[in-house]
Design a protein around this ligand. Structure first.
Ligand code: URP
Ligand code: ZN
Ligand code: ZN
Length: 527
């Protein structure tokens, strides 16, 4: 073992002339020297790489005035005041929060019909960082016939340029025996402990039987199944009815995917999860009925999680009725709803039904590479689903949630970072406490800005949030102690982000939603 060097104590606070071990603090500790901090790496305030001082630290549970000491990319001290630091960042008048974790983003991903998103991992991660995110978990999508090992190898290569840390949720569209019993367990063992399934889209919908298979395998390995829930047959039927009437302009997309279709599919997904005894995460909930079903399942003891997205709170189906093809920019699935649904969704955000608010960043440009691939005037079923929003998510939620008095600051942190870290097993992220990665965003809570396309720093040619006036700006964003963005300037370097493995879900302390017949079956089999 290497013996740590002894160095002369040069702490701001300690004036002693003693020598100390590099990792053990000053030998006079407890008498004259007060530089001992709770740093696992060492204990000399003067040797922090970075100290963020003078700000208000906000976590998912509290806020307080304090300083943060960072060494080797980790938070190693949080105290009322910390001296030293090779670099000192003045956070006076600012909020110091865990950097956002974007848990729903489509980056360098082909849609089922083969359209590539406009953002790869370089532009996608830069845009995320400008929006206050220190890490993200986009999707790694399996297309039918593809092995999960190939999917992971593909995204390994695609993600290399990322400037922030990343992990992936798998998308599984082809649950063969090999996928279920060989390939998925290998992916889980690598720390990719969540996967998403679809109940809709011709090339992704896996059906009830496929979903039960996946839920069971995920349960056995402590992985979390996420679901895009819309009833495929109901949507297909509505498409037929609308098409027969010649109603194919973008605004009819909203009618083609009724609230009922989401509510039915969420109910079904929760019921299938109940039968298989697996946890479930319902993505982009857009309806009051769907949110209420999630709430009910939790009340019954289910390990059911859910998110909604800013677009369902900020925009309505009227946006799909903008002149010409402009409405195509607002086509996403599930679709935008109405003002009454927005109010109901806000109540669910406020009362804890939603664990997170994610962007569902699905960037398809308003040109022939994306939304208009099938030409100007294409019928709505031929227009790519999805909208960008990875840079707007946090500023929008801060402004509309915290500044407008709908959310506490602590709720904002929980909804944008801490809950995602907990649910998806990112053990070193989403909290400001010693030992965690120094993934930190420093916000100016009073700065006012109008949303512009340029400020999104993505590879898009529109933002659905254009022109909205928002209060609160993430001024400095760090990933593992490195400043990625500061005051509107990119400092992060291509490839600086790292893959982070995630832990499986803990199941202890959960009552679950037992199913009589399943219990009897297990008892009969002596399980
Ligand atoms: O419309 C959306 N949200 N497109 C992205 C893919 C998905 O369904 O999540
Ligand atoms: Zn989806
Ligand atoms: Zn999505």
């Amino acid at each position: 073992m290497r013996t740590p060097p002894s160095i002369r104590c040069r702490s701001n606070r300690c004036r002693c002339d003693r020598w100390r071990h590099w990792r053990r603090g000053c030998w006079c500790a407890g008498t004259r020297c007060r530089t001992i901090a709770n740093c696992g790496q060492g204990s000399r305030a003067v040797e922090f790489d970075t100290v963020i001082h003078g700000g208000t630290i906000v976590t998912a549970s509290e806020r307080y005035a304090g300083d943060i000491g960072i060494t080797d990319g980790r938070i190693c001290a949080v105290a009322e005041r910390l001296a030293g630091g090779t670099r000192r960042i003045d956070a006076g008048g600012r909020l110091v929060m865990p950097g956002g974790i974007e848990a729903h983003a489509h980056i360098a991903q082909e849609s089922a019909s083969g359209i590539m998103t406009a953002d790869g991992y370089l532009s996608g991660s830069i845009s995320a960082a400008f929006g206050g995110n220190s890490s993200f978990i986009p999707f790694a999508a399996q297309h039918r016939g593809q092995s999960i090992d190939d999917v992971i190898a593909t995204y390994d290569a695609r993600a290399r340029p990322s400037v922030i840390d990343y992990s992936w949720h798998l998308i599984v569209s082809d649950p063969t025996e090999e996928v279920l019993h060989d390939q998925l367990p290998r992916a889980f063992a690598r720390g990719i402990t969540s996967l998403k399934v679809f109940t809709t889209y011709d090339l992704l919908n896996i059906g009830d039987a496929g979903m039960l298979d996946i839920l069971s395998v995920a349960r056995d390995h402590g992985a979390l199944t996420m679901v895009h829930a819309e009833n495929h047959a109901m949507v297909a039927w509505m498409n037929g009815e609308l098409g027969a009437r010649g109603l194919t302009a973008p605004k009819y997309h909203a009618l083609s995917r009724p609230e009922l279709a989401e509510e039915e599919a969420i109910n079904r997904a929760i019921t299938l999860a109940q039968l298989s005894g697996a946890p479930l995460f319902v993505v982009h909930v857009s309806t009051a009925g769907g949110a209420a079903r999630v709430q009910r399942a939790r009340g019954e003891g289910g390990q059911v999680f859910a998110e909604t997205c800013p677009q369902y709170l900020a925009l309505t189906r009227d946006d799909l009725d903008r002149p010409g093809m402009e409405g195509a920019k607002f086509i996403c699935s599930p679709p935008l709803r109405d003002a009454a649904t927005q109010d109901a969704l806000w109540r669910h955000v406020q009362t804890g039904t939603f664990d997170s608010v994610s962007s569902d960043h699905a960037p398809y440009r308003f040109d022939g590479t994306g939304k208009l691939m099938h030409g100007q005037g294409a019928p709505y079923p031929k227009i790519a689903n999805g909208m960008p929003g990875i840079a707007a998510r946090l500023p929008w939620l801060f402004s509309e949630g915290v500044v407008k008095g709908r959310l506490r600051l602590e709720d904002f942190v929980a909804l944008t970072s801490t809950n995602a870290a907990r649910i998806f097993g990112a053990a070193k992220k989403g909290r400001i406490t010693p030992g965690m990665d120094a993934d930190i965003a420093i916000w100016n809570p009073e700065a006012v800005r109008k949303v512009t396309l340029a400020d999104q720093h993505d590879n898009m040619d529109f933002t659905p949030f254009e022109g909205m006036e928002l209060t609160g700006v993430p001024e400095i964003v760090m990933t593992r102690g490195e400043v990625i963005v500061a005051h509107g300037t990119l400092h992060g370097k291509e490839g600086q982000g790292r893959f982070f493995a995630r832990a499986p879900m803990g199941r202890t302390g959960r009552p679950g939603m037992p199913v009589k017949e399943v219990e009897l079956m297990r008892a009969g089999a002596g399980q």
